[in-house]
Design a protein around this ligand. Structure first.
Ligand code: C2E
Ligand code: CA
Ligand code: CA
Ligand code: CA
Length: 278
């Protein structure tokens, strides 16, 4: 990775950036990045554990920085969230994702596209209006779009967030609870949220074969999803053994390096090799 050391990776614009001047530099550069179209979307397939087909893809943003190379979201999302740039950033991601979704739908691929949204997005005055306008512009069937939210995204201003979620869910847009089990929250927060999916965080999935506690947690989340009437997806599936265990446990879908790393849309349109799918 050239002259970029690991310490630098976590510091530049990331969670641990402490120097206010550097923070401002990141924000200023990010503003330009949006204008200059330096952001790129990668996609990671979501695979059905029952038949190995791709059901959808998750959009994951990266920044093709002119000097620093391809930056992961951890390096610039915290700065974006702090500065309000998360609003134009999410608008950009949605526009890009719906453009690509239209292309693969036209090619006969009925995949959903999942987009990550932040707490700040859900609290913004016209988030729902913006999403509706984009769906209308692209002629996207609402159920082809899934918005991934976290438990903590609904902590700050729950009334506003819930209003946006209900309005969009009422139109048929799917909502997914991301990183489920890692938020500092209770099950109470799930009540009243119209979900199509629960995503089991990869911290539980990675060691599910070795750790009894994680097996219990995964079983419980699967049972919970049944009760809520939504599907359940495991993230961070890195081996065939874990995929097999999850399939036997009744998990619906999986995502992870075992199937595919996130990659540009041009590459994802190529089928995943058969042997990667059980
Ligand atoms: P996430 O939504 O939980 O996304 C999953 C992360 O795990 C991604 O990291 C993905 O590349 C990585 N991953 C996927 N499969 C595996 C695996 O098998 N093993 C391991 N170790 N990791 C795997 P990434 O792309 O760096 O994204 C990090 C986080 O940044 C995402 O976590 C999400 O919270 C956030 N993010 C990404 N794109 C966006 C975006 O467009 N908007 C917003 N608001 N947040 C985003
Ligand atoms: Ca996600
Ligand atoms: Ca996740
Ligand atoms: Ca995560």
């Amino acid at each position: 990775q050239g002259k970029r050391g690991t310490a630098d990776i976590v510091v530049w614009g990331g969670e641990r950036t402490r120097h206010p001047t550097q923070w401002l530099v990141v924000q200023a550069e990010l503003r330009h990045a949006l204008d200059r179209d330096e952001l790129v979307l990668f996609y990671q397939p979501k695979v059905s554990l029952s038949d190995g087909t791709i059901c959808g893809v998750e959009a994951l943003v990266r920044w093709q920085h002119p000097e620093r190379g391809l930056l992961p979201p951890a390096e610039f999302l915290p700065a974006a969230e702090q500065s309000g740039l998360i609003e134009p950033l999410t608008a950009w991601v949605l526009r890009r994702a719906l453009t690509d979704q239209a292309a693969w739908a036209a090619a006969g691929r009925d995949w959903t596209v999942s987009v990550n949204v932040s707490a700040r997005n859900l609290e913004a005055a016209d988030f729902a209006g913006m999403v509706e306008a984009l769906l209308a512009e692209f002629g996207t069937a609402p159920d082809r779009l899934v918005l991934e939210v976290t438990e903590t995204a609904m902590v700050d201003d729950r009334a506003t967030s819930m209003a946006a979620i209900h309005r969009l869910a009422g139109r048929g847009i799917g909502f997914s609870m991301d990183d489920f089990g890692t938020g500092y929250t209770s099950l109470e927060r799930l009540r009243g949220v119209p979900l199509v999916e629960l995503k089991i965080d990869r911290t539980f999935v990675a060691t599910v074969l070795e750790e009894k506690e994680n097996q219990a947690i995964v079983h419980a989340v699967i049972a919970l999803s049944r009760g809520l009437g939504c599907r359940v997806t495991a993230e961070g599936v890195e081996t065939a053994e874990i995929a097999d265990w999850l399939a036997a446990a009744g998990c619906d879908e999986a995502q992870g390096y075992h199937y595919s790393r996130p990659m540009p849309w041009a590459q994802i349109s190529v089928p995943i090799p058969e042997e990667a799918i059980r």
